[in-house]
Design a protein around this ligand. Structure first.
Ligand code: GLU
Length: 312
């Protein structure tokens, strides 16, 4: 009989502003899922993009988690610099190199405008796929183009269908070539892409359960494929519904009224926020105040709502 490994879940916020209710919703479910089985939580700050992320926001994210009653065992500011993605470039470079050794990478010189203008095939949902302009350049062509601008690094994906069963959303599959296309692993300004960083970090940090917003379901086949290329085990996945405002728009950091700063400034108590989140999730019948810790004993994924949630 195979022994069940203890769950290692994670919070992986992008510190590009104050957390909004949608971020808190995913974080609560990630925490409950790990804690209800005696598992651990890692806090990793996904501050790869220097133009959008600030250390001050990292501290604020930690403070908001604590206020909500969500704790973690490893990482965050107590874990030291290595839990900030912005300090981990040498590791990402090492794993990028492994992919280069497998001959899976190529430099891409396309500008944003060229990418849009290229007659890339698109998927039925309108997502543009890379047309492959730079896939088969000769060494001379690459050297010529490199004189004009530094390239991004793309990975060449095969005609392979990746399937997995999401713990909440069920079976999901994508053909990498038809549905994703060759994707970027390092931007032309040297910043590593989320898709690579998340795979390397979850792998090295021993994360075996990923709970996050449904907007990332679409990225998961690419990440599973990268895990296979790099020899990392595949975590369990749970993609939780997104929250929408009454106007039909997804909650975002741009809507200040539903971020934790505004909610706290308006005098809300953490139990009131947790109560609303838990009710939207389907964990309690009415949005009554409750502490996150009180939800742990009765948590079950079977109760959790699968479809998008409209926040009134
Ligand atoms: N940092 C990402 C975000 O805040 C989450 C990435 C992930 O959970 O894989 O949207």
């Amino acid at each position: 009989m195979e022994l069940q490994k203890p769950v290692v879940g994670r919070f992986a916020p992008s510190p590009s502003g104050r957390m909004h209710l949608g971020n808190a919703f995913s974080a609560l479910l990630a925490w409950l899922s790990a804690r209800s089985t005696g598992g651990q939580m890692v806090l990793r700050l996904e501050d790869l993009d220097p133009a959008r992320c600030r250390r001050a926001y990292c501290a604020q994210v930690e403070e908001d988690f604590r206020w909500l009653g969500l704790d973690w065992d490893i990482g965050g500011s107590q874990g030291g610099e290595s839990y900030y993605q912005s300090t981990r470039s040498a590791l990402y470079a090492e794993y990028l190199n492994r992919l280069a050794e497998k001959n899976l990478l190529y430099p891409c010189f396309c500008s944003r405008n060229e990418l849009h203008a290229a007659s890339a095939p698109h998927r039925s949902d309108g997502v543009l796929l890379y047309a492959g302009t730079c896939r088969n350049l000769t060494e001379e062509q690459r050297a010529e183009k490199a004189k004009l601008r530094p390239p991004a690094i793309r990975v060449r994906v095969p005609e392979e269908t990746i399937s997995f069963v999401d713990g909440l959303q069920g079976a999901f599959s994508q053909n990498l070539a038809a549905d994703c296309g060759d994707f970027i692993l390092r931007r032309s300004d040297g910043v590593f892409a989320y898709q690579l960083a998340v795979v390397v970090d979850d792998g090295l940090m021993g994360v075996n359960q990923v709970v996050r917003g449904e907007d990332l379901l679409d990225s998961t086949p690419r990440q599973i494929w990268l895990q296979r290329q790099l020899g990392f085990p595949q975590p369990e996945y749970y993609h939780v519904p997104l929250l929408y405002g009454a106007d039909g728009h997804r909650l975002s950091k741009r809507q200040r009224d539903l971020d934790l700063g505004a909610i706290r400034a308006a005098g809300a108590r953490p139990e009131q926020v947790i109560g609303r989140l838990a009710c939207w999730a389907g964990l309690i019948d009415r949005p009554e105040p409750i502490a996150a810790s009180e939800l742990v004993p009765t948590f079950s994924w079977k109760k959790v709502q699968k479809t998008p949630i409209v926040v009134e």
